[in-house]
Each structure stands twice: as C-alpha cells, then as structure tokens.
Design a protein around this ligand. Sequence first.
Ligand code: ADP
Length: 160
Amino acid sequence: MKVAVYPGSFDPITFGHLDIIQRGAKVFDKIIVAILINSSKQPLFTMEERKQMILESVKGMGLDIEVDSFEGLLMDYVQKREVHGVLRGLRAISDFEYELQIASINRKLYDKVETLFLMSNNQHSFISSQMVKEVAKYGADVSELVPVHVAQALAVKYHK
Ligand code: ADP
C-alpha cells in the first residue's frame, strides 16, 4: 500500500487543497493530511477546528484519508510514519521557488522519499487560505473557494 503525506497549514482547507488531495489519491492508496504545528504563526482556526473541517470536506469522497498533525521537521515525520511520498501543490510560478527550496532541503535531510508536485485545476489555481480569509473578513461570498461548512465557520469567526 502506497501512502503519501500532504503537509500544510490548512488554515482553512480550500477547494485548491481538495483538488490536490483528489489528484494525489490517483497516485497513492492513502493520503495523510498532516497539519503543521507552527509556533511562529498564529492560525485563525485551532488544530481541532482545522482537523474537523478537513474530515468533513473529504467525507463521502470514497478516499482513504487520515488527518494528523506534526511538529518539527517534515522529514522526521515522514520517517516516523514510513510514508512513500510527500505531496505538494503548485499554483503559479510564484510557488515554485519556495517549493523548490523546501524540497531541496528535505531531500538533503532524507533522500529516500520523493516530493511530488501536483497542479490544481485552473479554476482552483488562484485560491489560497490567506486570500480566502481576507475576502471572508469583509463579508464577501467565498462559496466558490471553500466547502460550504468552511464558509460557515469563517462567517462565525469573523462576524459572530
Ligand atoms: P503552506 O502554509 O505551507 O503554504 P498550505 O496549507 O497553504 O501550506 O498549502 C499546502 C500545500 O498545498 C502547498 O504545497 C501549497 O502550495 C498547496 N496549495 C494550496 N492551495 C493550492 C491551490 N489552490 N492549488 C494548488 N496547490 C495549492
């Protein structure tokens, strides 16, 4: 069974992330969506909220998805979980330099597992969690960017 880890902040999960998960599931039997615990970033949603939103989003897709969290180096987590690949998504050329740096460092740290880059559908390629939060903060409609339950959670955070 081939397993991949898809690491990120997922603050919150978007249709862009879900696009990558669905594409990744064509290549791997199981995907572990791993939320990075980053003490230098102040997330909008708690770890538990982000986990629940991911689980709700993938429910009914018929895919083998686990949601987990990790702290520290991704490659330590990769070895601990004995996965076969790392999934990352590419939006535009702007993602490339950053992703190249991370993948290169990760390969130096542990070269037995490859990073696979997948491209989302054009329709989803401009979506970022950051942009979704900016738009939702001002009360705009985000229904084309995130699942409905995520849009509701954003509305509660910003306008309760
Ligand atoms: P980070 O905080 O490291 O940017 P994110 O949670 O935003 O992590 O994203 C996790 C991964 O998903 C990254 O590889 C990112 O490039 C990718 N990703 C996010 N949104 C999209 C999208 N709309 N299309 C393709 N890939 C995406």
